[in-house]
Design a protein around this ligand. Structure first.
Ligand code: OFO
Length: 165
């Protein structure tokens, strides 16, 4: 059985994952509108992944005797200066999500809730991957700068699922 404190924290995390999905969706739409079809494919896919992250917590809370609450969401940013600012925003967002996941793990340890701690470890690894992916994409964009051929190939590779090349 979940404690009321952990249940509330996990419900906050449901909201954060749902907001992540909306944020990636808004970025995907911006990228598609700008003609970056590969980047938009990547971001639409990521938006779906974030929805799955949210759903996993919804099921977990309900299975552990709590009540997962579906939240209302703030409108995400809809306009971005360029691709670099999109991925910089992603990095900042993921760093803040990692912090909230770490806070939940801290609470699990304090309450000796080993099941929830175990459940949250998947999120800990996922956040590490997401932060390092965003960093590596920003590094690539810094190398490319405003070179249109470079941006063309970057967009194509990201759309082909080669985010790490
Ligand atoms: Fe951005 O990953 Fe969810 O947790």
């Amino acid at each position: 059985m979940l404690s009321k404190t952990l249940e509330a924290k996990l419900n906050d995390q449901i909201e954060k994952e749902a907001y992540s999905s909306q944020l990636y969706l808004a970025m995907a739409s911006w990228a598609e509108m700008k003609g970056y079809s590969g980047v938009s494919t990547f971001l639409y896919g990521h938006s779906d992944e974030e929805r799955q992250h949210m759903l996993k917590i919804v099921h977990y809370v309900n299975e552990r005797g709590g009540h997962a609450i579906v939240p209302s969401l703030d409108k995400p940013d809809t306009n971005f200066n360029d691709l670099r600012s999109v991925f910089q925003r992603i990095l900042e967002h993921e760093v803040s999500v990692s912090q909230s996941i770490n806070d939940i793990v801290d609470l699990c340890l304090k309450e000796k809730d080993h099941s929830t701690n175990n459940f949250m470890q998947w999120y800990v690894s996922e956040q590490m991957e997401e932060e390092s992916l965003a960093k590596s994409i920003i590094d690539k964009l810094d190398l490319i700068g405003t070179d249109s051929t470079g941006l063309y190939f970057f967009d194509r590779e990201l759309g082909n699922g080669n985010a790490a090349v």
